[in-house]
Design a protein around this ligand. Structure first.
Ligand SMILES: [Zn+2]
Ligand SMILES: [Zn+2]
Ligand SMILES: [Zn+2]
Length: 438
């Protein structure tokens, strides 16, 4: 019998503030619902106890400033570690798929971490992907983000990685936090079209969601051929969510999960604690276990209130057309995308809403015909209180060619050319080596 793994971690001791929407009650109603329906005793479901993520699991993904201790609590390590526990169970064949019902969430945490953004400090899915690639030599992974907010942290971490396909649908960034996730954000020059953003208008319901799934996401996954599919399973597209304006139901989420067939689903947002989460989570879990979910219904939910307007229909059709033609078209040559300088340079400002930090970054990626190329980031944070660290990070990618590895270490050994930084970080994903300097 194919089994579905489940980890439940409500993080009783972690909340942004007692009345903040990101608090432990988010999972308690779900747990009651799952117990009440007898799902926990279902022969196809195995419940696992969580474990802690280790320092190296986080270093593989993030430059935590000044260090991992300052950016994480035990709850963060358990939330991330739960996904790794399920990864081991998946890879050993004990389970066929799994659902980490954990918090704190992670999909707004970017590569550089100066503080908490959008309730996130470290990126659970990215840590999971790094673990699968390093420990199990998985090469190609897809992450499908079904949270109503753009998964900007996950996008950032994999923006230059041609072996990770990141697909996010979300309420349009012109109407919702974090204000990004437009179609133009389609991956760096070495990973073009491995980022797919599908911004949807407020009022999109099950119909629009499933259409986007069938006509953009499914064909994109089929073309990419990932070995593993991960679902950032945010539930705030629900019609009762207090932070967003969509019209998706538990049935819509369950149907999507049944067709997407993610290997591992990781909970992200979802703030309608009593009216959405217990039903959406139950629907997802039943869909993963390949059981009937048609009976799962939110109390007081009638189909009329979930109907999607014609205007939304038209908008959804337009974005489907956009992506269909983009993905069918000829992909420009990588060297051409890097341009005459053979170097990608991006300057940008990042705001940490929760911690009120302004970060300024300059990133570079060097063109290499044989590998994804060296990545560097120089970052300075301005905080209202505390230290304004300036850091420099260097990342040698997975599958780096020998000459890029050499170039990376040469650069690392000459910190004299890098004055004024409080901390220096080296991330060598090709050998799983991580160093910090001052
Ligand atoms: Zn999303
Ligand atoms: Zn969200
Ligand atoms: Zn190279």
């Amino acid at each position: 019998m194919e089994k579905t793994g489940l980890i439940f971690f409500p993080a009783f001791d972690w909340a942004i503030s007692p009345t903040h929407p990101e608090r432990e009650e988010r999972l308690l109603y779900t747990r009651d619902q799952i117990f009440e329906e007898g799902i926990i005793d279902h022969p196809k479901i195995i419940e696992y106890k969580p474990r802690l993520a280790e320092e190296i699991d986080i270093q593989r993904v993030h430059f935590c400033v000044p260090d991992i201790k300052s950016q994480t609590t035990t709850a963060h390590l358990i939330s991330a570690g739960s996904t790794l526990k399920l990864a081991d169970a998946l890879m050993s064949g004990e389970i066929h798929n799994g659902f980490a019902l954990v918090r704190p969430p992670g999909h707004h945490a970017m590569r550089v971490v100066h503080g908490n953004r959008g309730f996130c400090n470290i990126n659970n899915e990215a840590i999971l992907v790094g673990y699968l690639r390093t420990k199990y030599k998985i090469k190609k992974v897809a992450i499908v983000d079904t949270d109503v907010h753009h998964g900007d942290g996950t996008q950032d971490i994999f923006y230059h990685d041609p072996d990770v396909l990141f697909i996010s649908f979300h309420q349009d960034g012109r109407t919702l936090y974090p204000g990004s996730g437009f179609v133009e954000e389609a991956g760096g020059p070495g990973a073009y079209l491995t980022t797919i953003n599908i911004p949807l208008p407020p009022g999109t319901g099950d119909k629009g969601l499933l259409k986007v799934w069938r006509e953009i996401i499914k064909p994109a996954l089929e073309a990419f051929q990932p070995e593993i599919i991960i679902n950032s399973a945010g539930q705030d597209n629900h019609f009762t969510d207090p932070l967003a304006n969509m019209k998706v139901s538990a049935q819509g989420y369950a149907q999507l999960t049944a067709e997407l067939k993610p290997h591992l689903a990781v909970l992200e947002g979802g703030y309608a604690i009593e009216t959405a989460l217990p039903y959406v989570n139950l629907g997802i879990l039943l869909a993963l276990a390949q059981e009937d979910f048609s009976w799962v219904k939110e109390p007081g939910c009638h189909s009329g209130q979930l109907a999607q307007s014609q205007e939304v229909d038209r908008y959804v059709d337009k974005i489907i057309q956009y992506w269909q033609s983009k993905l069918a078209g000829k992909r420009p040559d990588k060297e051409q995308l890097f341009g005459p300088d053979k170097k990608y340079v991006r300057q940008r400002s990042i705001y940490y809403d929760t911690d009120q930090i302004h970060e300024h970054q300059t990133e570079t990626v060097e063109y290499c015909p044989d590998c994804p190329g060296l990545y560097t980031v120089s970052s300075q944070a301005a905080k209202h209180s505390g230290k304004n660290y300036k850091i420099w990070g260097l990342s040698i990618p997975y599958n780096a060619c020998p000459s890029c590895v050499q170039k990376g270490y040469d650069l690392w050994e000459k910190p004299g050319s890098l004055p004024g930084y409080h901390f220096l970080y080296l991330q060598d994903k090709s050998r799983d080596v991580y160093l910090t300097g001052k």
